[in-house]
Each structure stands twice: as structure tokens, then as C-alpha cells.
Design a protein around this ligand. Structure first.
Ligand code: SAM
Ligand code: DTB
Ligand code: SF4
Length: 324
């Protein structure tokens, strides 16, 4: 039995036994009822006027051996993206210092790897030590990890590890063929066992059904511990990957996904993650009302454009949202 369907009742006052019927019923609630419930829970556990700000940097771009249908960095799709070498430690530390100046509290390093290997992993460990030395929270997204690699990351000063489930166990095989959903769960287990904070969420817009969104959130909430941070990405349709032509999801359904994540994982940070660039200020405000309380700021995500820093500044001022 996989962790996705294991019912674990931890004594943390949080639920780890969500059923598909319950979660599908949450998705089917009238929008106002769902938002009301999500917002009340949000206020119980968080200051609704504060958001956590992270900054992303791609430390190794393109040429990834995995075939994730959504990703511009996969070597399997002709995206026109240049394959780059691993950045130098000093470049990463300089970018992190700039992110700190710009108000980020966490610096997330992403790599187009199936998982870290050999000398590159040693360099990545040095990056983490250096960024941690600046007084920032550190996050890494390096793909699949062994138990030992998770331990070494913790020792280097890593705070968070990002490893998304991305979609439901049932839909996963349609989206990625070079690894399994269980591989992802195994890495999350290694990360949790190493004492690292887990950042794990998924993507809306992969041609999934409402029941897949429910199943993905169940897989996250029924883990032994809720992820500390739950990024909800809206697919950025980049020409090249097979999903580029998929119809864009209904924005109302996207907001519902944020709200249901908030209800199921009331103490986790829910991040309005990739895809903000194309969202109106009103849509983002609805997402924050529904329980999103974290974003990526900065011109760029990993390879794609992000919401502009000037627009973000204006939006947060208009909404009275202050960085944590
Ligand atoms: N290679 C590592 C991995 O797959 O875990 C880390 C980097 S990978 C780019 C990190 C995450 O980016 C993916 O899990 C996925 O959720 C997100 N992502 C990739 N391409 C995206 C796209 N076009 N739109 C939205 N999110 C995307
Ligand atoms: C996450 O959930 N989203 C981020 C981060 N974790 C690593 C990545 C978004 C990538 C968007 C596409 C790109 O920039 O290439
Ligand atoms: Fe590689 Fe990660 Fe992109 Fe998949 S999502 S192709 S593993 S960089």
C-alpha cells in the first residue's frame, strides 16, 4: 500500500485520513461556501495580511533526462531552451544576496536533474552552505534523492526540499514516463526522515479531472506530516512540451484548488506558485482570500517569466499584504 492511501492519524491535531468522497464534496461546494470555510480556517492559523516571499534560481538549466510533459527543461521536448552548465557557487551566492536585498526570506535552487550526482552534488552542497551563511532560509529542488543524499543536504544547512507530486497517482503515468508516483513518495519519505521541511504540491492544467485534483491533495494531506509548504502551480504552457496545447483550466477551478488545499492542510503555507504572470490582480486577490499565503517574487521563475516585481509591489500595497 502506498503512503498516498495509507490512513495515518498523527497526534498533530490535523487530519491525515481524507477520503475521495469528502474531498470531491469540498470541490463541489458552492464557491462562496468553500471560500468562506477556507478563509475562516486561514484566519485561525495565519495572519491573513502577511505573505511569505521566496525567490527561485535555476542552478542547472535544460537538458533534463526526464520526460515530464509539462516541462520546458526536458531533453525529450524541442523547446528551444539552451542547455546550460551548473552555475558557479559564487554566482549563486551573489544572486541570493540580491534576493535578500529585494525582501525574499527563502532562496530556492532548482536543477534540471533526475536527481543529483557526483561532483555536481558536492558543488550544490557548497551553494547551500553559502546561501545559508547569508541568513536566508534555503530550499532545493534537485529531483529524486536517496536517504543518504537527503541527510547530506540537511547537514549542509538545507531547510526545505521541494518535490512536487504534480498530479494524482492515477493521472501521473499520462504525464511522466521516466519515473513513477511511488518514486516521488519515496523521496518525500527520505526528506521527512532526514528532518528537512517538505515543500510539495502540484500543477493545475495538466488535462486532469476534478477527481485528480482531489486525489493529488489527498496524497499530500495523507502523508505522515502535511508538507510545510504546498505550491499550487498553474501550468505555464511553453511551446514544445506536449501539454502546451492543453485547454487552460477555468480560473474559478484554480481558486477552488487553493481553497481545498487550505481546508485540508490548514497549517501549511499554500503557495500561489507558477502562472501568476498571466493572472489578473483580482484573480490573485481571490487566491489570497482562499488561503494562499506565499509567492515567488522576481523577474523569473526557473526559465519562465514571473509576475513583474513592480506590479507585485503595487498589488501587495493595494491589498495591504506585508511580507513575513
Ligand atoms: N527536476 C526537479 C523535479 O522535477 O523535481 C526540480 C525542478 S522541476 C522544474 C520543479 C517543478 O516545476 C515541477 O515539479 C513542476 O511542478 C514545476 N513546473 C515545471 N514546468 C512547469 C510549467 N511549465 N508550469 C508550471 N509548473 C512547472
Ligand atoms: C514549484 O512548485 N514551482 C517552481 C518550484 N517549485 C521549483 C518551479 C516553477 C517552474 C515554472 C516553469 C519554469 O520557470 O521553467
Ligand atoms: Fe526535469 Fe524536473 Fe523538468 Fe521533469 S520537471 S523534466 S525532472 S527539470
Amino acid at each position: 500500500m502506498t503512503a498516498a492511501v495509507t490512513r495515518i492519524s498523527e497526534d498533530d491535531g490535523l487530519r491525515h485520513d481524507w477520503t475521495p468522497a469528502e474531498v470531491e464534496a469540498l470541490f463541489a461546494l458552492p464557491f462562496m461556501d468553500l471560500l468562506h470555510q477556507a478563509h475562516l480556517l486561514h484566519r485561525t492559523h495565519f495572519d491573513p495580511n502577511r505573505i511569505q516571499i521566496s525567490r527561485l534560481l535555476s542552478i542547472k538549466t535544460g537538458g533534463c533526462p526526464e520526460d515530464c510533459s509539462y516541462c520546458p527543461q526536458s531533453a525529450h521536448h524541442a523547446t528551444g531552451l539552451e542547455r546550460e552548465k551548473l552555475l558557479a557557487v559564487e554566482e549563486v551566492i551573489a544572486a541570493a544576496a540580491k534576493a535578500k536585498e529585494d525582501g525574499a526570506s527563502r532562496f530556492c535552487m532548482g536543477a534540471a536533474w533526475r536527481g543529483p550526482k557526483g561532483d555536481d552534488f558536492q558543488v550544490a552542497l557548497a551553494m547551500i552552505e553559502g546561501v545559508k551563511g547569508l541568513g536566508l532560509e534555503t530550499c532545493a529542488s534537485f529531483g529524486l534523492l536517496s536517504r543518504e543524499q537527503a541527510r547530506q543536504l540537511k547537514e549542509a544547512g538545507l531547510d526545505y526540499y521541494n518535490h512536487n507530486l504534480d498530479t494524482s497517482p492515477e493521472h501521473y503515468g499520462e504525464i511522466v514516463h521516466t519515473r513513477t508516483f511511488q518514486d516521488r513518495l519515496d523521496t518525500i519519505e527520505h526528506v521527512q526522515d532526514a528532518g528537512l521541511h517538505v515543500c510539495s504540491g502540484g500543477i493545475v492544467g495538466l488535462g486532469e479531472q476534478a477527481r485528480d485534483r482531489a486525489a493529488m491533495l489527498i496524497a499530500l494531506a495523507n502523508l505522515p506530516h502535511h508538507p510545510d509548504s504546498v505550491p499550487i502551480n498553474l501550468l505555464i504552457p511553453i511551446p514544445g512540451p506536449p501539454l502546451a496545447e492543453t485547454a487552460r483550466p477555468d480560473p474559478v477551478d484554480f481558486v477552488r484548488t487553493i481553497a481545498v488545499a487550505r481546508v485540508m492542510m490548514p497549517k501549511s503555507f499554500v503557495r500561489l506558485s507558477a502562472g501568476r504572470e498571466g493572472m489578473t490582480p483580482e484573480m490573485q486577490a481571490l487566491c489570497f482570500f482562499a488561503g494562499a499565503n506565499s509567492v515567488f517574487c522576481g523577474e523569473k521563475l526557473l526559465t519562465a517569466r514571473n509576475a513583474s516585481p513592480q506590479q507585485d509591489k503595487g498589488l501587495f500595497e493595494r491589498l495591504g499584504l506585508r511580507p513575513l
